[in-house]
Design a protein around this ligand. Structure first.
Ligand code: ADP
Ligand code: MG
Length: 335
């Protein structure tokens, strides 16, 4: 087998930044690319234009270093190799791995996230059929979203779900559909179905999906003693989380009450997520899950042997400078 399949030591938390190309709208508004990326040194510089008191312009540079910085010409395949591929073998061995896409609406979260579960399940099935052949492993897919602090099943007509905790710190989402899958085609259909259910939500606008966290989980289970009558036991899990637009957390002063409530929930969940990841990194025994629905749902992914990959997506444009700096500062805090 290729060298990479041997279990190489993997960092517990990896923070990667991905810059997308300028889009037509930004170009037509004469917005400029203000992000310089140096892939060799994993560093990135933001050139922020500011005004002096006499209204003359000057440029302030902000430099950041991450585990990897991916320039606009980096393909989705390369993103997979850099982020999720290294953690796949570990989930056969009781590891819970989670990959987040963070960033403002339009920064490329969904573009980045969509292909990853499919590529990962290809690798998982390959491992199941070769390295772990005849060892009783099974693959399951579920897909749900958190919207306004409530859970909805994306593989079951957006039916509302409840979360329950058993005494053993395990999270149970009552009624969540879990599909056993054994071929890539079926997985692809399920992912597409879930994505379609998400984006057609209430109004079908990107507006809606930008206010929800979408969570796709690949669970690896193992039959107990090759016994078919007992339910298979969870071996490991890989979660993909397309987070709500980070700018939505600031919607707390909006005129519309519903928007304010949703904004507050998003703000709370993104802050709680940051705190949980930081606690993980410091090997703290107390992890503040209870801060939000998002972190409560992910509770079992933060316990035990866990891996976290944060992909921070940024727009290159001068018009997004403030949001981009916020995203990079958030990423800087979790690394
Ligand atoms: P978000 O999910 O963060 O709101 P999207 O993933 O929907 O953003 O991306 C916004 C638009 O930009 C989409 O039309 C998408 O196809 C395009 N886009 C995003 N990232 C890239 C990229 N790396 N290369 C090319 N186009 C991209
Ligand atoms: Mg999106």
């Amino acid at each position: 087998f290729p060298e990479k399949e041997k279990a190489a030591p993997v960092a517990k938390i990896k923070v990667v930044v991905r810059k997308r190309p300028l889009n037509k709208k930004e170009i037509s508004k004469k917005e400029e690319d203000i992000i310089d990326i140096e892939q060799q040194s994993n560093s990135l510089t933001v050139h922020e234009t500011k005004l002096k008191v006499d209204l003359t312009e000057y440029v302030e540079k902000h430099e950041f270093v991450f585990d990897a910085v991916l320039d606009e010409d980096v393909s989705n395949d390369e993103v997979y190799r850099e982020t999720v591929e290294p953690v796949v073998p570990a989930i056969f061995n009781r590891t819970k791995a989670t990959c987040f896409a963070y960033g403002q609406t339009g920064s490329g979260k969904t573009y980045t996230m969509r292909p990853l579960p499919l590529k990962a399940s290809q690798d998982i099935l390959r491992l199941m059929h070769h390295t772990y052949r005849n060892q009783g492993y099974q693959l399951f897919v579920s897909f749900f979203e958190i919207y306004g602090g409530k859970l909805f099943d994306l593989l079951n007509e957006r039916s509302k779900l409840c979360m329950r905790e058993d005494g053993k710190q395990k999270v149970c989402i009552v009624g969540l559909q879990e599909y056993r899958v054994s071929d890539v085609e079926t997985i692809k259909e399920l992912i597409e179905k879930g994505n379609a259910t998400r984006s057609t939500g209430t109004t079908g606008a990107n507006e809606e999906s930008s206010r929800s966290h979408a969570i796709l989980q690949l669970a690896i289970k193992k039959r107990v003693d090759g016994n078919d009558s007992k339910p298979p036991r969870l071996a490991g899990k890989l979660s993909f989380i397309d987070l709500a637009g980070s700018e939505r957390g600031a919607d707390t002063t909006d005129n519309d009450k519903q928007t304010r409530i949703e904004g507050a929930e998003i703000n709370k969940s993104l802050l709680a997520l940051k705190e949980c990841i930081r606690a993980l990194d410091n090997d703290q025994t107390h992890i503040p899950f209870r801060g939000s629905k998002l972190t409560e749902v992910l509770r079992d992914s933060f316990i035990g042997d866990s891996r976290t990959v944060m992909i921070s997506c940024i727009s290159p444009s001068s018009g997004s400078c403030e949001h981009t700096l916020n995203t990079l500062r958030y990423a800087d805090r979790v690394k």
